[in-house]
Design a binder for this molecule. Sequence first.
Ligand code: B16
Ligand code: MG
Length: 219
Amino acid sequence: SPKLIIYDLDGVITDTAEFHFLAWKKLADELGIPIDRHFNEQLKGISRMDSLDRILEQASPPMKLSTEEKIELATRKNAYYLELIEEISPEHILPGIKALLQANKEAGIKTAIGSASKNAPRILEKLGLGDTFDHIVDAAEVKKGKPDPETFTAAADALGIAYTDCIGIEDAVAGVEAINRAGMFSVGVGDKAHLSHADYLVSATNELVFEEIIRRFQE
Ligand code: B16
Ligand code: MG
């Protein structure tokens, strides 16, 4: 059996991707840079600063800014985002996740959050999941974001668990790659066009069934 299951936050526990998109869109509009929901797909799982870099590359010609200017823009985006996530409540937990977490806990397997978001503790609090996880990776302490494996290895290290005893659940291309590179079993949530590199793939969170995940891990 696995000893730890590491959950991504945005896209697995709750869908904050839309809020991230609206906040980036507001900033991009102010800068006169066109972005749409299709472009937003590649921002999923990517850190705040890396996301900003990708948006600035969309300008024609690409915008080159100083570190100070970039920090100002990233801070502005986060202020927009914080306003939007004010409305998050326990009803925003994605379908199937409560049952999955309950089965996970009843089986005596540890749980962690492996999120790139510096706002993860605040969002979990708003979802009523503030005390649910054995460990939450502090995105501020992770030096290399997804697709680097550090977000996931940091969770396993904090709980003293071998990477081969871990399962990671992700909706992002960069996230599944990070889990694979950590040497963990990857469960992808999404479509095959993006996530064919997942060890086990389901199309939506309501298809995440605990017993089936364990069965696939053991195969
Ligand atoms: P923040 P995850 C990621 O969350 C989001 O998918 C990504 O779009 C965002 O830029 C990143 O967190 C950083 O978030 O600006 O709140 O620190 O999918 O890793 O849970
Ligand atoms: Mg995600």
